[in-house]
Design a binder for this molecule. Structure first.
Ligand code: SF4
Length: 213
C-alpha cells in the first residue's frame, strides 16, 4: 500500500499545483478560519481586503462577540451575504470562546472540531474540512466525501468505510509533509475528474486505478 500511495502522490504532483493562499498571509488561526469561511462564495481578493479591515478592530473572537451587529455588518460588507455572515461570525466566535480559545480548539481531535464547525450556520462540510486542513496542516489527513469516493475507487480503503474510518486507515500511510498536498490534490481530482460519473480517460491515476481497468 505504501508504494501505491507514493505513486499516487508522485503522479498528482505532476498534475496539480495547490493554492494554499492562506499560507501567504500572516493570518492568525482565528483569521484563517474567518478567511476560509468567507472564501466559499467570495473572491480571495475581497476576503483579503475584509480581513485587513477586520483585524484593525476585531482581532479576537471576544472582539467579535462584543461587537454590535450593525458595526460588524458594516466592516464585512465588501464580502457580501452580510446578514448571514454576521450570524456565522458570532456563532463561530461563541464556539471558540466556549472551548477556551483558539489554542484549545487546535488541540481538539478533528472529529470534534469538525462537528463544532458544522454546527455554525452556513459552514458546510467543504468549508469545515478546508478550515481543518488549513489549521491542522500536516498533523492529520482530512477525508471528505469527494476524497472518500476516490480512495474507494483506488481500493485504498474498503467500500464500506466512512470518512473517519478511511482517515484512520490512510493517515499513517501518508508522510506528514504530504498530507495537506494529498488532501488538496485528491479533493481537486474528486471535484473535477473522479466525479460521481468519473472521466477515467483523462485521469492522471488511470493506469494504477483498479476502477478504470
Ligand atoms: S481512474 Fe477513474 S475511477 Fe480511478 S481515480 Fe481516476 S477518475 Fe477515479
Amino acid at each position: 500500500m505504501h508504494e501505491l500511495i507514493t505513486e499516487i502522490i508522485r503522479r498528482l504532483k505532476k498534475w496539480y499545483k495547490p493554492q494554499e493562499w492562506w499560507k501567504n498571509a500572516d493570518y492568525s488561526p482565528w483569521e484563517i478560519m474567518i478567511a476560509i469561511a468567507f472564501s466559499s462564495r467570495t473572491s480571495y481578493k475581497q476576503v483579503i481586503k475584509c480581513i485587513e479591515r477586520l483585524r484593525r478592530a476585531f482581532r479576537t473572537p471576544e472582539d467579535i462577540m462584543n461587537m454590535p451587529n450593525e458595526r460588524l455588518a458594516h466592516s464585512i460588507k465588501m464580502v457580501g451575504f452580510v446578514r448571514r455572515r454576521v450570524i456565522m461570525l458570532k456563532k463561530l466566535a461563541k464556539i471558540i470562546i466556549s472551548v477556551g480559545g483558539i489554542s484549545n480548539f487546535l488541540n481538539l481531535d478533528t472529529r470534534t472540531a469538525r462537528k463544532l464547525l458544522l454546527s455554525v450556520p452556513w459552514i458546510g462540510p467543504k468549508t469545515a474540512d478546508m478550515i481543518l486542513v488549513a489549521l491542522f496542516g500536516e498533523k492529520y489527513f482530512i477525508v471528505d466525501s469527494n476524497i472518500l469516493r476516490v480512495l474507494k475507487r483506488l481500493k485504498v480503503v474498503p467500500q464500506n468505510a466512512n470518512i473517519y474510518k478511511a482517515r484512520e486507515i490512510i493517515e499513517p500511510l501518508i508522510p506528514k509533509n504530504e498530507r495537506v498536498f494529498l488532501h488538496l490534490a485528491l479533493l481537486h481530482l474528486g471535484r473535477t475528474i473522479c466525479k460521481p460519473k468519473p472521466k477515467c480517460e483523462v485521469c492522471p491515476l488511470k493506469n494504477i486505478c483498479k476502477f478504470s481497468t
